[in-house]
Write a protein that binds this ligand. Sequence first.
Ligand code: MG
Ligand code: ZN
Length: 375
Amino acid sequence: MRLYRSFFLLIFFSSCYTSTQIGMTGAVVDLSSSKVGDEKKARPRNVVLMIGDGMGLNQLSAAMYSTTEPLAMERIKTIGIHKSHSADDLITDSAAGATAFASGVKTNNSYLGLDAAGKKHTSLLRQAGSQGIKTGLVVSSTIVHATPAAFFAYNTNRNAYDSIAADLPDARVDFIVGGGKKYFDRRKDDTLNLITRMREQGYFVTDYFEQDYASWAVPDVPRVAFFTADGDPLPAVNGRDYLPKASADALNFLSRRARKGFFLMIEGSQIDWGGHANDAGYVISEMIDFDRAVRAVLDFAERDGNTLVVITGDHDAGGLTINGGKQGDLVCQFSTVKHTGGCIPVYAYGPGAETFSGIYDNTQIYHKLKKLLLN
Ligand code: MG
Ligand code: ZN
């Protein structure tokens, strides 16, 4: 695709070359800004994948109609749609949904990093890491919850948190922020201390008990992990506010160390939990928190110019419908306490964004990102 585009531009360039002086001058200026003949420039150096768990179009609508200021997500012009279903169900769960994004395979609900036959697939994050690309995971759930877990773990059971945690140290993620400390240092399955193992691997590990994330200055070390809770982090309405700062910290940390670019996954994990609880206020407050993280990422990407940002959800949760009310005071209804099977929007900004327009399977997000980011 990139080759084709460069070829087309070269043809265009040569035909302009024979036209009048004025036309040629204009064409030269335009084409140089289109990066003619340099396919590398159409590719991003860095990729940030942002996943709003349970974020369909109605969750976005509810957030937009609940604020007076536009959401940061409204700055994005390139939009696509993905088919969210899993291998064994029209209605995906977050494990199969995130495995599609992370490894490009449709799998069964509850599977992480495995295809439907149980075969392991190395995630984009792990592949990036082994090419010397810096990597990060920032989430508002535990770090072993299905969405982040699909980027580093292999398991048929998304609830096997101890076993999922044991897969994290070897994935060598450079920047980690999320909850779930107890699955690392007070395990039920065994007496391993995975935090000790991470420190042996060069990690600086700290947690919410030692300091508030809000006042934490990220140390100048090769790898960091900050545990924001022992189990699940709080909902945003109860005071959790680290996601936007952790997103900005991750961008700073990774970009300063990235000689070959970085891959960062940021999840607004609890939009989904608001959907399961059929609590519109919970959904909206988590959407707004996630959008603050989006703002930090888009601000960075605009300054940087070499960062592709892809924002999507894995599925809708709750079947949220806006059934009336007015701006700031919506009447929301839910059709289920589970997920629904609708298609989900994809928002893309930065070099390579145009490849995300159209309608495609959720697995294509992996394939498109891989083509753009990896050698
Ligand atoms: Mg999730
Ligand atoms: Zn869910």
